[in-house]
Ligand binder design. Sequence first.
Ligand SMILES: Cc1cc2nc3c(=O)[nH]c(=O)nc-3n(C[C@H](O)[C@H](O)[C@H](O)COP(=O)(O)O)c2cc1C
Length: 331
Amino acid sequence: MNTPDLSTTYLGLQLKNPIIVGSSSLTDSVEKIVKIEKMGAAAVVLKSLFEEEIIMEIEEQTHSMTNRHFVFPETMDYMETIETANILADYLELISASKKSVAIPVIASINCMSSQKWTYFAKEIEKAGADALELNLFFLPSDTRNGEKEIADATSDIIASVKQTIKIPVSLKISAYQSNLIRYTELIDQSGVAGIVLFNRSWLPDIDINQLVISSGFVLSSPSDLGNTLRWVSILSGRTKCDIAASTGIHDGAGVIKQILAGAQVCQVVSSLYLNDLFQLDKMINDLSKWMVSNEFRSLKEFRGRLSQSNSGNPAAWERVQFMKHFRNFV
Ligand SMILES: Cc1cc2nc3c(=O)[nH]c(=O)nc-3n(C[C@H](O)[C@H](O)[C@H](O)COP(=O)(O)O)c2cc1C
């Protein structure tokens, strides 16, 4: 059998295979992105620009310019201020230099909490040459003022303001903590995003029992984190017009194959590359290719979604949450 065709589309972009390096410090410099391309990844999502950081820098600049308390944004020329913000300038430079250095698509990323006037910056991202923009939203459901409706409204506002500003495709990366995921993703889908990324990984707290202080938990995922993403990719597969990208717990070729069988259009990988180096990309691609040959699949389409909830013939398996009889004798 000939070499299988690994190509796919994502957010309307043509990709040579379904493996994307996700947003992280792995993608925060042109040199790193050039290496990633050499190792075979089909696209990169740049390290996120954080709305909070932009606002903080603008606040500082505004304050030093006016010597007054922050008066954002009505009383200052916001556009002028935002253009002089270093964080923004560096980010735009990263986009345009990456675009000149690699042929693979470069997806910019913004971590945002509101539809504040930062969305003006989306236009600059587009002008700098980004192929798409991933919005990274994270609402920890601990604030009782932010119920399901408020979060859904905030999400819609953000998507609407960004979509009004730019023409490049927009995707939304969400958290696994999101309540009522199906309803929430239906809403996102209707808002016209080109893709949904399941899921972001939050910073996890830990406790240092010697110092009696709060410390950082494990930063990286492990292969055992794959199951939750797999569950939701399979449940959502076929229910959305937009693409579904799987992210979290994909550490090897088998993880990629499982996500595509569940219905993912593409896979975003991060932790595995921190743990194994970028060579892991090449290995994942080879393992996917070999598996396709041995199963006589010529293209991803031939097996994508074959084990999604609606196609698997066993929909209940994807919704099972209790161990019940399976683990009755587990010792
Ligand atoms: C060190 C590190 C930095 C990250 N930075 C970002 C970021 O800036 N923006 C973002 O959307 N996700 C960020 N992530 C989350 C990853 O993009 C990814 O969604 C998450 O790690 C789950 O994928 P994985 O299991 O392959 O690691 C980061 C993850 C790690 C480990």
